[in-house]
Design a protein around this ligand. Structure first.
Ligand code: MG
Ligand code: ZN
Length: 174
């Protein structure tokens, strides 16, 4: 890597169960409920120079529960809400696939569905990131496994306040 400009650190955040209450196949903004401290956590990461990426399995697309356009609409809405607080997600990476379902275009054994690291690897390929300083926060073992497979640290969030959790991990480096 010598000669390369040092990359930026990134925070990879799972969506359901980390940023918002996991209600199962959520796609309507009316049903969206922020996890306490989530907006504050994103803003702190923004302010500390971290790129913030969402990495989320959205098999509801393959399963025919909602369309990819619904996923994109919800993510745009989330960024609109974050903007009211001076915070933002730099990019949303989502896996719309599943091994079965009626939405045939999305039915496959892909490389991006966590616990596989495809979403994280896509971000690493797309941005000049400092892998050492980058980390993931997820609420499932499959999130942590994806981080490990991509060579970044993973922190498992169970419940409570996300900003307090972020602080307690000491994950943000100078
Ligand atoms: Mg989750
Ligand atoms: Zn996928």
């Amino acid at each position: 890597m010598s000669g390369m400009e040092a990359g930026r650190p990134a925070a990879f955040l799972d969506r359901d169960g980390v940023l918002n209450v996991d209600k199962g196949y959520l796609f309507r903004s009316e049903d969206f409920e922020w996890i306490p401290g989530a907006i504050e956590a994103v803003k702190r990461l923004n302010d500390r120079g971290y790129l913030v990426f969402v990495v989320t399995n959205q098999s509801g697309v393959a399963r025919g529960y909602y369309g990819e356009e619904d996923v994109i609409r919800l993510h745009n809405w989330m960024n609109g809400e974050l903007a009211k607080h001076g915070a933002h997600i730099d990019k949303f990476y989502y896996c719309p696939h599943y091994t079965e379902g009626p939405a045939s275009g999305y039915v496959k054994a892909c490389q991006c569905r966590k616990p596989l690291p495809g979403l994280i690897l896509a971000a690493l390929a797309e941005w000049n990131l400092d892998r050492e300083k980058s980390f993931l926060i997820g609420d499932k073992d499959s999130d942590i496994a994806a981080a490990a497979a991509a060579g970044i640290k993973g922190y498992k969030f169970a419940a409570g306040n996300l900003a307090e959790f972020l602080q307690a991990t000491n994950a943000i480096r100078e």
